[in-house]
Design a protein around this ligand. Structure first.
Ligand code: NAP
Length: 245
């Protein structure tokens, strides 16, 4: 089973399908239009660790690849615990974090709350590039204008008083992000350190325009085997299979 919702999970689904491995792709179901997959798909939470253990048992899952987003901490914790108790091997397939380059003006913060506190002060134009979750935390700094980029149009009122919303799904280009940041007169970007290429353009655009970035570090994940390399995931799958596990 591939725990997905990321481009890494999509890549792995294609790779296992080509290899003829029987797989099921699991979506949380947070966005309206789910990308099609070349393997069987299921949607929705499992119901915590116990629900996931029951799912693994009932569906005779032999391997779990946690390819969820680096900020999907709860799912990763649940998966690690459920697999350990169910004797099902697990590997995490993730993207390497972004690292600041020459010309970047990053302020690294450990979590969302610290990012919120870093925005204390006079009103700014903030590109709050963190997706839909955690927006309410920034209501503590209501003085700013927040530019949001979301996959789906919001169906409930946003928790921030002064926003503009762009509906778009990555990957994004340097040119379009530079235009967006300049047109919206962005003073500061707030980003999760998601890694990968699809959402990297905003950081290149911020560098080119001399705009500072508040970079939120990844949450701590449980101890587990982890790789950024799809070939290693495939070797892990084949190795375990050959040993008959
Ligand atoms: P989360 O806080 O770690 O998970 C909350 C709950 O959502 C989990 O306990 C689980 O419910 C369910 N869930 C999460 N991922 C699931 C999956 N792949 N399949 C089935 N159930 C899942 O996760 P999140 O941060 O809300 O992220 C939700 C999904 O969006 C993830 O699949 C992730 O890959 C994707 N995503 C997240 C971000 C982000 O910034 N967090 C960005 C891009 C994509 P139960 O306890 O009921 O099993």
């Amino acid at each position: 089973m591939i725990l997905g919702g990321t481009s890494e999970a999509h890549t792995l689904a294609r790779t296992v399908a080509q290899a003829g491995i029987d797989a099921i792709y699991s979506y949380a179901g947070r966005v309206a239009a789910l990308a099609e997959q070349p393997v069987e798909v299921r949607v929705g939470g499992f119901g915590g660790v116990d629900g996931l253990r029951a799912y693994l048992r009932d569906n005779a899952i032999t391997h779990v690849v946690d390819a969820t987003h680096p900020f999907a901490q709860q799912m990763s914790r649940n998966a690690t615990e459920a697999c350990a108790h169910s004797d099902v091997p697990l590997i995490a397939f993730s993207r390497a974090p972004w690292r600041a380059q020459t010309g970047d003006a990053w302020r690294a913060v450990p979590d969302i709350d610290t990012a919120v506190r870093a925005l204390e002060g006079p009103a700014l134009h903030v590109f709050l590039a963190i997706g839909r979750q955690n927006l309410s935390s920034f209501a503590q700094q209501p003085q700013h204008h927040y530019l949001l980029r979301l996959v789906d149009a919001p169906t409930t009122p946003l928790p921030l008083p002064d926003t503009s919303v762009v509906i778009a799904r990555g990957p994004f280009s340097f040119e379009s992000d530079r235009t967006l940041l300049a047109d919206k007169r962005i003073d500061v970007v707030v980003s999760k350190n998601s890694g990968g290429t699809a959402a990297h353009a905003k950081l290149e655009a911020a560098r080119a325009l001399g705009i500072p970035v508040i970079m939120i570090a990844r949450p701590k994940m449980p101890e587990r085997r982890e790789t950024h390399d799809v070939d290693e995931v495939m070797r892990w799958l084949h190795g375990e299979t050959e040993r008959g596990v």
